[in-house]
Design a protein around this ligand. Sequence first.
Ligand code: HEM
Length: 347
Amino acid sequence: MLDSVACSSVPINLSDLSVVLSNNVICRVALGRKCDGRFIGESGGLNDLLREAQQSLGGFCIADFFPWMGWLCKFNGLEARVEKNFKEFDKLYDKLLQEHLDPRRPKPEHEDLVDVLLRLQKDPNREVELSDDSIKSALMDMFIAGTDTSSATLVWTMTELIRNPYAMRRVQEEVRRVSKGKEMVQESDLPQLVYLKSVVKESLRVHPPAPLLVPRETIEDCKIGDYEIPARTRVYISASSISMDPKSWKNPEEFRPERFLHSSIDFSGQHYELIPFGFGRRGCPGMNFSIVLIELALANLLHRYNWELPQGVTREDLDMEEAFGITMHKKTPLFVVASPVQYCAGH
Ligand code: HEM
């Protein structure tokens, strides 16, 4: 990612770059290599398949609200689109499993997730049956739940920093002080980046990527406040309204990372005023993974470059509109200009 920023002589589409970064990171963890066109030749790369999955899953489907009207999805093409995408993914996953099982495959330096799941599948002492379909589902979960959310967070965080020069200066000073003389910020530097962590928290508060979490269903009758909720009711929890509630947050509309500097509130599911990753048994299992990914990417972008808006665009012009979908993206891509900072090791 840093190299493609360095090579660009025109404003950078940070939205696209973030998607490629998070897809690549998840691909390397799950499949042992980056997602590029090599996976499936003529049908396009995994990036294209993921884009299509994210768009069709996030599209409006009337059956989500009125299940008896589900037949309409047959006519508007959504069902066929989802089916086609599913078949392409299934073919790709079959191929990947075969590749991993091929005895001629060179032994990798590190096991990827598919290696681990295939090893568990063969383990005679396994406690849970793992079919090929379960492995494919685990991969799909990671791709769908992990890529879009992480890239959306990175984009919103950079957008807010560009809109708030004081926060930008403060976080850059911190990153550059902590990783002075190094070419790259390392994962081991992250615990010292206290302000940067507050910036990411504040970004998740103001722009939770899954604003309604994931739909849940009550298993028994219950009462919340004055509301009687019968069993088997689909419930949406509005994480975004909660994190903007003036009863819990002073000036909630303001982007102010300082609010977290002397506060114990975090997003791990213990503080219900901030739940971008949900909470409880079905809370996000990828939280720690994505936080490291976001913090590390952000720290390195800030360490290596100064960031400005393209000529003629002012902070006030920045479009903050949110796109409709399962993940709350910035509707228009973020274009920025990067100028390298000349004090890294070797300069
Ligand atoms: C900024 C990044 C992310 C955000 C904001 C986020 C948010 C969420 C939320 C709100 C839920 C639903 C929780 C609930 O209803 O209580 C969820 C579920 C889930 N997330 Fe994430 N997530 C992120 C990154 C990731 C990553 C990187 C992965 C995997 C590598 C991942 C995997 C999952 C899975 C598998 C579930 C479903 C869990 C279940 O239903 O039991 N997420 N996520």
